[in-house]
Write a protein that binds this ligand. Structure first.
Ligand code: RIB
Length: 304
């Protein structure tokens, strides 16, 4: 069994993704050009990417006692992810996401949280042994904040670092959660929602006052910026790839960044891995299905 160095506290969704020529206007019906049902959920996508990038990963999540829940467990086990922290709930369905992907490879996503909304601090406490043995706890905003705060408290008590990917964009983020965050990863929309600033540099500088160690602002086709205390910011453009579907690209960034960072704390190399993994995730349809392995990421990033 892997020594689990990253614990992901987060969501799993059954993604139903429809390809459309263009996104429909309100009240309009349009025909799909193809359907893909595949594993998703920001937490699971990040866990899959971190595991494929070479990290030992454990998942703390809640799924239903249904077919999609079975598929989640099978996916995690296939990818060598520790699943003893996964709850099966009999009275609620596994999370689901409805996704439209247009001809320009952009997407819109609606998530029905299902079992994800029931992940509770008590579930996290039942996985305290996993968190205590980890180096990094990773979370997002698709599962209840109370559970994430408890996970981050346990991480701090155990000397593990914490990474919050503040996605989807929040109306409000509990200051207690940010105060427990070492590394904060946001895209420009999420960063603006939290900081009130419109551009990446201002977002990074403002949020660095609140996160303990580093802030990453992802910029889609423009790559990402890294902000650290007492160091100049780093900016990295992505390598050119043929973009098919951007669903899960941010998750691939976060998972690969986490896996590379936990290896030796080299944040610049982690940025390069995140940008490369995000680019590779755009070259195939689906979220978890599009996560590349560490060999391809290292080759594209130009760094081991
Ligand atoms: O970030 C992409 C993910 O967002 C999809 O897999 C979907 O499930 C939603 O969680």
């Amino acid at each position: 069994m892997n020594t689990s160095r990253i614990v992901v506290v987060g969501s799993y969704n059954h993604d139903v993704s429809l390809a459309v020529a263009r996104l429909p206007a309100p009240g309009e019906t349009c025909l799909s050009q193809g359907r893909l049902e595949s594993p998703g959920g920001k937490g699971s996508n990040q866990a899959i990417q971190a595991a494929r990038a070479g990290a030992g990963v454990a998942m703390v999540a809640a799924v239903g006692l249904d077919g999609p829940g079975d598929a989640a467990l099978a996916l995690w086990e296939e990818n060598g992810i520790e699943t003893t922290g996964v709850m099966r709930l009999a009275d609620v369905g596994t999370g689901m996401a409805m996704i439209l992907v247009d001809a320009a490879a952009e997407n819109v996503i609606v998530v029905d949280a299902g079992a994800n909304a029931r992940l509770a601090p008590a579930h996290v406490e039942a996985a305290a042994n996993l968190i205590g043995a980890s180096r990094l706890v990773v979370a997002q905003l698709e599962t209840p904040v109370a559970a994430t705060i408890r996970a981050f408290e346990l991480a701090r008590a155990a000397g593990a670092a914490t990474l919050l990917n503040a996605a989807p964009a929040p109306d409000f983020v509990d200051p207690a959660l940010i105060a427990l965050t070492d590394i904060l990863v946001v895209n420009e929309g999420e960063g603006q929602a939290i900081s009130g600033h419109p551009d990446a540099a201002a977002i990074g500088e403002a949020l660095l006052q609140r996160a303990r160690e580093a802030v990453v602002v992802t910029l889609g086709a423009k790559g990402a910026m890294l902000f650290r205390r007492h160091q100049p910011s780093l900016s990295l453009a992505p390598p050119a790839v043929e973009v098919v579907d951007t669903t899960g690209a941010g998750d691939a960034f976060t998972g690969a960044f986490a896996a590379r960072w936990v290896a030796d704390g080299n944040a610049a190399a982690a940025l390069a891995w995140g940008v490369a993994a995000g680019a590779l995730a755009c070259t195939a349809r689906g979220a978890a299905a599009a996560c590349a392995d560490g060999r391809r990421i290292a080759a594209l990033a130009g760094t081991g």
